[in-house]
Ligand binder design. Sequence first.
Ligand code: AMP
Ligand code: MG
Length: 487
Amino acid sequence: MSEKQIGWKFDNTYAKLPDSLLTKIKPTPVKSPETVIFNHDLSKEIGLDFSNVDNKEIALIFSGNKLPLGTETISQAYAGHQFGHFTVLGDGRAHLLGEHVTQNERRVDIQFKGSGPTPYSRNADGRAGLGPMLREYLISESMNSLGISTTRSLAVVKTGEEVTRETKLKGAILTRIASSHIRVGTFQYALITKDRNNLNKLFNYTIQRHYPHIKNAKSPATELLKIVIEKQINLIIDWMRVGFIHGVMNTDNMTISGETIDYGPCAFMDTYDPKTVFSSIDLHGRYAYYNQPAIAKWNLERFAESLIPLINKDENLGLEIASEVMNSFTEKYKRSWLEMMKKKLGLIGNDLNDQNLILDLLTWMHKNKADYTNTFCNLMNKLSVKNKIFNDQDFLIWKKKWEKRAALNGNTLANSHEIMKNANPLLIPRNHIVEKILRDAEEKNNLDGLNEFLKVMKDPYKTFPKIEKFQSTPHTKKETYVTYCGT
Ligand code: AMP
Ligand code: MG
């Protein structure tokens, strides 16, 4: 099949930005590429047709051994606050192939992760392991199915080479699709480059690419800040809704588009505990479940600081304006959180006691170590597995109060369930399931579990005959689940 038939249409605008914001560099070819998984649904969504391309050819393309025509590979420079400390970073193991423009004029970044060293590698090898790349594939596609804004995964290809971490891993490259890879950290980087014009150029580029409607606003920089705040609030609310914990909310892992990016030591909370942390490197709980909104605000403050020179020539005035905009975060977040939780409980209208009702349920879940996802499934009568915890007297008393509240404003329980259906997934990628899938794939080359899971996860809000397998929680005594940055 020819390149033309596949449908690539590259138009690489980011590569035209000033040299100091990027490096033109090619991926390092790999020994013997082999396709592990390819996302045909996603390829169709972005107007690419790989139906007649065999896995051998797919492996050549998505390993970087045979780059499509029209690509202009670059690595992007960025900086970031990692666990609160400012560092200059950049794509240390990623290459942007370029921007593919779909038939309906959607522009998407096509990026390799694990494709070889770059000037930003800082002594690391530029490579990635099969397990972590499959993990990003699985979780990002699950997030998309859950209706949460995210980068997507198009392919995972084995390199035929080993990567050395704590142990030897099989090497792999992930192809990531994103509406862009512009991060808070990209602005932080542009701000500290010698040429002041870099910030201006990145800013104009970002507006043109993502939010052209604010180009002629009185203060486009202030508008951009407001938009990114709103996007991030919506995103974090969605994470909180499904119990997702990102794990490394550094400013370089926060996009301007509002997509979830960089799935490293992320995981979904099972037993409800607001202090849940999965990442082995997050020793102080900076990125714990309950702390995600506060960290999002902290990161957005770093973004606001980068925008100050663009908000006003007078930096003091710029700071004042940015601070005022930032001050709206907490109130907006609280309001959105309450609305989201009310949807999870199918509550219509307002009642003075709503917040307490919600907090009472969360407190009960915490105290009784109830499963976060399954508690809401139980309330919808959609839990296929039995758990005697839901016979607990306190829970039953709470349930009565909830039913009484839900009935206000002429509402019916059936209607509440209808609202709840769209807010509460029946399925999430449970940690024990994800681990088994990845183990089978890595150790036994067995992808059955991954393919089966991706299939059922396509519609996580709907029930199906064998759902128990995916709703059950580990029966064995639970050890603390830890995810490693193990990249
Ligand atoms: P992450 O934790 O994936 O957000 O990455 C943080 C930074 O480390 C980014 O600049 C990455 O490009 C870089 N990095 C992570 N792993 C590697 C690696 N194996 N080789 C080179 N750079 C890496
Ligand atoms: Mg990152």
